[in-house]
Design a protein around this ligand. Structure first.
Ligand code: NAD
Ligand code: WQD
Length: 349
């Protein structure tokens, strides 16, 4: 199948492209390179032996999106990763987030309707659940959606509504929204991994950069929460397991296996780990202690959340396979390979 992967040079999109290509699918990537690098294409080629097709443009430009679909009439499905994702930035620049994340989705849906492309997998997030009530943990897809903590999270909630209203109106459209928990880790080749621009906002790249000495000290945001060791709990999921969930989703759609036109799946492991447990797993992987200090809480942080993945396991036929230790190990191998110039990516200061 020929699949359009938007945001395909980004973190999750590039790993998913590898998995799709290794399953025999043809991929065309659209990415504006706002938050990624063209070298991701070289890395994908190194791993798979083939180079995905690539077009660089901004998906908020409706003319370009329409032109793209008019030229690629053989696309059988879309995986839509492209979005801005920085929580803090979204608070300061909400309109940037609403414009980018929603206009790009609407443009794609309009073109899919016009050019009769039926299937789209959408990158949603566990952020739509907010802070779950204790009796809703582990959290299933049936749990209530809570008011978003930030404009970024709200774009995911609104996008799910846009998609649901669209399937109700357009009978040719099928949607699978995957609600990811916390994607971490890297491809086992260490040729591809998470490579944020500037200072990382998220835990795992901050850990690996601190391990390598790029950052002096990891700040742990609070150890006075109501959890066993006082630090918040997340369901970390290996990015290659997440990539496989996308392949399962597009194949489910293409094979006519959907039970409804709009389906939602949690993509997590079902296990929660605290910040300190994630650090200790990394210390095992790297074989040395990590320099960290406990500081005050980060505003807006969820205390504890982990997935009930049973619906996804049973219905999508997908299950996370990799452990937290495999996640931290692969992230560390990638960080080292990248910093030592052993990948296709230019080493940045
Ligand atoms: P990423 O920033 O690495 O990748 C997103 C890619 O989209 C980037 O390469 C960026 O250049 C591109 N992009 C953004 N806006 C675009 C536009 N208008 N036109 C063309 N390209 C555009 O992010 P990621 O971590 O790979 O996340 C992928 C998706 O998964 C996003 O939708 C994100 O919100 C969602 N998600 C991510 C996480 C996470 O923790 N990483 C968790 C849940 C959901
Ligand atoms: C994990 C834990 C931090 C950095 C965010 C978004 C969410 C989702 C994924 C997309 C928390 C702690 C972190 C650091 C720390 N994205 N931490 N020191 O907060 O679960 O989710 O990214 O949809 O929407 O909110 O992920 O990796 O930022 O944090 O102590 O330097 O690590 O407090 O407990 P989070 P994270």
């Amino acid at each position: 199948m020929k699949i359009l992967v938007t945001g395909g040079t980004g973190y999750i999109g590039s790993h998913t492209t590898v998995e799709l290509m290794q399953k025999g699918h043809e991929v065309v990537i659209v990415d504006a390179l706002f938050n990624s690098r063209a070298e991701a294409l070289d890395a994908i080629e190194t791993i798979t032996g083939k180079r995905p097709e690539f077009e660089q443009f901004d998906l908020t430009d409706n003319t370009k999106v329409d032109d793209f679909f008019s030229r690629h009439t053989d696309i059988k499905g879309v995986i839509h990763f492209a979005a801005h994702k920085a929580v803090g930035e979204s608070v300061n620049e909400p309109l940037k987030y609403y414009r980018n994340n929603l206009v790009s989705l609407i443009n794609i849906l309009e073109s899919m309707k016009k050019y009769k492309v039926g299937n789209i997998v959408f990158s949603s997030s566990c952020t739509v659940y907010g802070e779950p009530d204790a009796d809703n943990l582990p959290i299933s897809e049936k749990a209530p959606i809570k008011k978003a903590e930030c404009p970024y999270g709200n774009t995911k909630q609104i996008a799910e509504e846009v998609l649901e209203d669209s399937v109700n109106a357009y009978k040719t459209l099928n949607v699978i929204a995957l609600r990811y928990f916390n994607p971490v880790g890297a491809h086992e080749s260490a040729q591809l991994g998470e490579l944020p621009f500037g200072v990382p906002n998220n835990l795992m790249p901050y850990i690996t950069q601190t391990g390598y000495g790029i950052r002096q000290c990891l700040k742990v945001f609070g150890n006075d929460y109501d959890t066993p060791d006082g630090t918040p709990i997340r369901d970390y999921i290996h990015v290659m397991d997440l990539a496989k969930a996308h392949v399962a989703a597009v194949e489910r759609m293409a094979n006519g296996k959907m039970k409804k036109q709009f389906e939602v799946f949690n993509v997590g492991t079902g296990k929660g780990y605290s910040v300190l447990e994630a650090i200790h797993s990394f210390e095992k992987a790297s074989g040395k202690p990590l320099n960290y200090e406990i500081v005050g809480r980060r505003a807006g942080d969820i205390v504890k959340i982990w997935a009930d993945p049973s619906f996804t396991n049973n219905e999508l036929g997908w299950k996370a396979e990799r452990s937290i230790d495999e996640m931290t190990k692969s992230a560390w191998e990638w960080e080292k390979a990248y910093r030592q110039g052993k990948t296709k990516f230019k080493v940045e200061e």
